[in-house]
Structure formats: C-alpha cells, structure tokens
Design a protein around this ligand. Structure first.
Ligand SMILES: CC(C)(COP(=O)(O)OP(=O)(O)OC[C@H]1O[C@@H](n2cnc3c(N)ncnc32)[C@H](O)[C@@H]1OP(=O)(O)O)[C@@H](O)C(=O)NCCC(=O)NCCS
Length: 184
C-alpha cells in the first residue's frame, strides 16, 4: 500500500520526497548520528549522499517494493525534514524492520517516541501486522529507551558492525497483541 501521511501531537510524518534531500544531507551528515548506525552507511558522508539515498529509496518504492519511508516535520514549522523513519515490513527482520534518526538539536524532547507510536499504529492497525523486529547498537541508550517506551520486548543480541565500533546489536520484537493491550 502507498505510504500515508501520519500525524502526532507535534509532528507530521510525511512520505519521503526528492525535495527532502538537502535537509537530510544537512542533518544526517553528523558523526553523533552516524556512529550509532550499521557500518553500511557511507562515512565520511558524501556531498551527494542524501540525494543518492533518496533517489534509491523512491526508485524501490515505485518499483513496488514494500517500503514506507517518512520524514519527520514539526507542526507549525517551516516544513523542513528533521528526521526520518524507514520501515520495511516484509524484510525478514534478521537485522530489524525499522530504522530512525532525528536531527541532533531536537533530541530528548520525546519526538521520536511520538513518531514511533504513530508508526506502530500504522503497522498494526492499518497494515494489520502480527509483529516486527527492531535493532540498535548495544550501547545506544536513547534508541533502546525509545523501544522500551513503545512496546518492544528484548529478544537477544546479534552481531552487527556499527560505525562507532560496537559489534553487537540488541534485537527486539514489537507485537501487535502487546501494542494494542498497553498502548496509552
Ligand atoms: C535515537 C533517537 C532517534 C532518539 O530520538 P529522541 O526524539 O531524542 O527520543 P525521545 O526523546 O523520544 O526518547 C529518548 C529517551 O532516551 C533517553 N536517553 C537519551 N540519551 C540517553 C542516555 N545517554 N542514557 C540513558 N537514556 C538516554 C531520554 O532520556 C529519553 O527517555 P525518557 O523519555 O524516559 O527520559 C536520537 O537520539 C537519534 O537520532 N540518535 C542518533 C541516531 C540513532 O541512534 N538512530 C537509531 C539507530 S537504532
């Protein structure tokens, strides 16, 4: 299905567009973000990194791959993308079905928890999934905390190389039953 726009109290989650590439480039080219990510992401981040990435994502979506990719935009702001959620519901989940990041100036205000809540509702209420998996570097306290606040249950560790040097990732499952039971 096509990716719908989602809304939370403070955010619009808008489907990714090519015009988001400059804002993504500006915010994502930041070691404090990249060091938490799997070593598949190019680093140093190339000058056309976001443009290449956005084009590749949009290409996959138009080729029919089931991939939902939102940018996070503050309500009442200038419409600039300040973060991103990428959800691959049909991927096998070995390394997680979702990834997210937020521009550093906006950390610690509960924004990703809010966005993740909307995405979980989409996954379970709209797509009707039974469960999906999420992962984070074993030292990524903020990402772990977002998961703990949004219904994820710890499964175990997997081996995954991260830019920051961590070789272990925590793996979590998010279940429809738990989400619908505990959702506030
Ligand atoms: C992970 C990330 C998206 C979180 O976004 P955010 O909007 O700041 O998250 P929230 O504010 O909703 O929640 C963060 C929680 O982590 C906690 N936290 C943050 N840093 C922490 C730390 N070093 N130790 C313990 N807890 C920490 C916050 O206190 C908050 O929990 P609380 O609400 O119980 O106080 C953001 O930090 C980010 O983009 N990091 C870099 C990229 C990344 O790690 N992506 C995820 C890869 S798996």
């Amino acid at each position: 299905m096509q990716t719908p726009q989602l809304e939370t109290e403070r955010l619009i989650l808008r489907p990714l567009a090519l015009s988001d590439a400059p804002a993504i480039q500006r915010h994502f080219d930041n070691w404090n973000i990249i060091r938490q990510l799997a070593a598949l992401v190019p680093w140093p981040y190339p000058a056309d990194g976001a443009d290449t990435f956005v084009r590749s994502q949009l290409g996959k979506i138009s080729a029919g791959e089931e991939l939902h990719h939102w940018v996070l935009v503050l309500k009442g702001g200038d419409g600039e993308a300040i973060g991103n959620i990428h959800f691959r519901p049909c991927a096998d989940g070995t390394k997680g079905n979702r990834s997210f990041w937020l521009a550093e100036p906006y950390w610690g205000r509960g924004l990703m928890t809010e966005a993740t809540t909307a995405m979980n509702d989409f996954a379970f209420l709209t797509l009707g999934l039974d469960h999906f998996y999420v992962c984070n570097a074993a030292t990524n306290e903020a990402s772990r905390r977002v998961k703990q606040k949004t219904g994820a249950e710890f499964v175990g560790f997997i081996e995954l190389a991260h830019h920051g040097g961590q070789s272990k990732s925590e793996k979590w499952i998010v279940r429809r039953e738990t989400w619908l039971r505990d959702r506030v």
